[in-house]
Design a protein around this ligand. Structure first.
Ligand SMILES: [Zn+2]
Length: 136
């Protein structure tokens, strides 16, 4: 793909990066801890990946999920891999609260109420993700 926005990242807030993937903060004011795990190279489907990279990608998704559960105690975590608009493998990791802007609908649905965003400590997120991926 020539103009894939995930192949040519612009202004991303990267929390972690290695040779396989990067983890970014999505910068959504309603969901300040919304993270995205993005494969570095342009691959469309999970089953296009060698098993080792598939495992590494999911380890990163789980590291983010565990970090968010520990640090902000959401009511639910949403994991989503869609890629219909941008067919470059990436996973959304979205902490959800019963009083958030769209709950219980997906964050992409019409809003149900005014959101009440929680606070996050980005340095603590980075440290926890780093520790979890180092031992994975
Ligand atoms: Zn791409």
């Amino acid at each position: 793909m020539t103009n894939c926005p995930l192949c040519i990242p612009d202004n991303e807030q990267v929390l972690w990066r290695d040779e396989v993937l990067r983890i970014i903060l999505v910068n959504d004011p309603d969901y300040p801890a919304f993270c995205r795990v993005i494969l570095n190279r342009h691959v469309q489907e999970m089953t296009d990946l060698p098993a080792e990279e598939r495992t590494r990608l999911m380890q990163a998704v789980y590291a983010v999920e565990a970090t968010l559960r520990e640090q902000i105690q959401p009511d639910k975590i949403n994991l989503a891999s869609l890629g219909n608009q941008v067919p470059h493998l990436h996973w959304h990791v979205i902490p959800r609260f019963a009083n958030d802007r769209h709950f219980p609908d997906p964050v992409w649905a019409p809003a149900r109420r005014q959101g009440r965003p929680h606070q996050i400590d980005t340095d603590r997120l980075v440290e926890s993700i780093r520790v979890r991926l180092a031992i994975a």
